[in-house]
Design a protein around this ligand. Structure first.
Ligand SMILES: Cc1cc2nc3c(=O)[nH]c(=O)nc-3n(C[C@H](O)[C@H](O)[C@H](O)COP(=O)(O)OP(=O)(O)OC[C@H]3O[C@@H](n4cnc5c(N)ncnc54)[C@H](O)[C@@H]3O)c2cc1C
Length: 419
């Protein structure tokens, strides 16, 4: 175990380093670490490996989510960097709109959501898994796997290039959008849609921070980020996360994300701020989520089976939900009922809800189509409609619960590009 903060906890790596285990989980992101904890608490011998040497590094995710998810997954204060209770939308052009949750509800009212410290979240989830008895090995990459009797053998490469095989009854690919073990889904059946994002963590004056605190701010319109959007999220006092992301479009020569981010920082007068960290990442999901979730003893989890939502560019809570769905089924399989796993894709689809595919299709239309004056005008009409009729709560419901039909029937045609 390479992370000193995790050293000394029960169930440390040595217990599993050369032996077999019931379940090997590749990837200690939110999905893999949460599954490891659930299985270990039920007495299963679990080995969790991640190619990162330190789970607090490479914190690529903006990690904004609704407060209901913080409660549902019991996330503690130590992983919550900031709370927010409103929305600000800048653009298209010089337009500005904001929504704040009802101040009359008083200081005791719950916020609408949180921005997490993604590194702290991964660290906390891994610590809980280890405390439950999981073996954790950092700096180990899963390279490939092969069937072995009724289980799997997985080739791992560790720090310094050492390689070894691990045998497990079940193997879980929780390597996120990389899908290191499952591989790519069938292109023809349901192709992957991908998007990229870059984000900088900035240190700013308290007065500047205050202007961005308590809300999520998005920069919308093709003059900010063609085919995507920008954002400014509050982190701990004095810190902001500023980023841009957009869907990939092979038919166009798209401008570089770093250039778009620099321009955005200049326009927001944030280009002189101290940059504490630079990171970025990729989101890739299929729209219909019809890909195989299982290949014999190998199961997919979280982003590896397209639980990242392309419309809002978010997937932490869905990754955690995927482990809540898979854990009981895997326990049944370990108890001799492997057929239970056949219900996994269906149960996960049900958990994500019927609006899931709709939100993916809307993501394609909304983001890929956002490139030019006509699309900006369409967006402006949609936002003006929301400004007139929606509260801050309503916006959260729309963007996090995908309840388009609530307005929807009015907003949908805009989103679908028919007005
Ligand atoms: C720029 C950006 C911004 C985002 N913003 C938000 C947001 O605001 N809110 C939100 O909810 N979601 C956001 N997301 C999405 C969210 O971060 C993911 O959906 C979520 O992290 C998925 O969790 P996961 O556990 O499935 O995968 P991941 O978090 O990707 O974890 C996979 C883990 O596997 C490890 N790994 C990879 N390959 C191997 C290998 N071969 N062997 C061993 N380990 C391996 C990786 O190091 C990683 O730790 C954002 C994503 C990006 C890229």
């Amino acid at each position: 175990m390479s992370d000193p903060a995790l050293a000394g906890l029960p169930g440390s790596a040595g217990a599993h380093s050369d032996g077999d285990c019931d379940v090997l989980i590749a990837g200690a992101g939110p999905a893999g670490a949460d599954l490891a904890r659930r299985l270990a608490e039920a007495g299963v011998s679990v080995l969790l490996v991640d190619s990162l040497l330190d789970l607090r590094r490479a914190a690529f995710s903006s990690a904004a989510l609704p407060w209901v998810a913080v409660r549902e997954h019991g996330l503690p204060d130590e992983v919550v960097a900031a709370r927010w209770s409103g929305w600000r939308l800048l653009g298209p052009g010089a337009d500005q709109r904001s929504w704040m949750a009802d101040a009359a509800a008083g200081p005791a009212a719950e916020p609408l959501g949180a921005v997490l410290d993604f590194g702290a979240l991964r660290q906390w989830l891994a610590q809980r898994a280890v405390a439950a008895g999981t073996g954790l090995e950092l700096g180990w990459r899963a390279l490939r796997w092969q069937a072995d009797g009724d289980g799997a053998r997985t080739r791992l490469r560790g720090p310094g290039g050492t390689e070894r095989w691990i045998r497990s009854r079940w193997l879980v690919d929780a390597t996120g959008q990389r899908r290191a073990l499952l591989g790519e889904p069938d292109r023809a059946a349901d192709p992957l849609v991908s998007g990229g994002g870059v984000e900088w963590l900035l240190q700013v004056d308290p007065a500047v921070w205050q202007t961005w605190a308590d809300r999520l701010s998005f920069l919308l319109g093709s003059d900010w980020v063609p085919q995507g959007y920008g954002w400014v999220f509050p982190m701990a006092p004095g810190q902001l996360k500023v980023g841009v992301c957009r869907l990939d479009d092979a038919t166009l020569q798209q401008p570089a994300l770093h250039g778009l981010l620099r321009r955005l920082l200049q326009r927001l007068d944030l280009d002189q701020a101290v940059v504490l960290d630079r990171h970025g990442g990729v989101i890739r999901s299929t729209i219909r989520r019809r890909e195989a979730h299982q290949q014999g003893p190998l199961l997919g989890l979280g982003d590896a089976v397209s639980t990242a939502n392309l419309l809002g560019g978010e997937g932490i809570r869905h990754a955690l939900s995927s482990s809540a769905v898979l854990a009981p089924l895997l326990l049944q399989a370990l108890a001799g009922q492997p057929a239970s796993l056949r219900t996994y894709p269906r149960r996960l689809r049900r958990r994500l809800g019927w609006r899931w595919s709709l939100s993916g299709r809307l993501a394609l239309r909304t983001w890929l189509g956002l490139d030019g004056a006509a699309a900006d005008a369409r967006l402006r009409r949609l936002l003006a409609g929301l400004e007139a009729s929606a509260s801050a709560d309503d916006l959260s419901t729309l963007l996090f619960n995908y309840r388009f039909e609530r307005y929807g029937l009015r907003a949908l045609p805009y989103l679908l590009g028919r007005r």
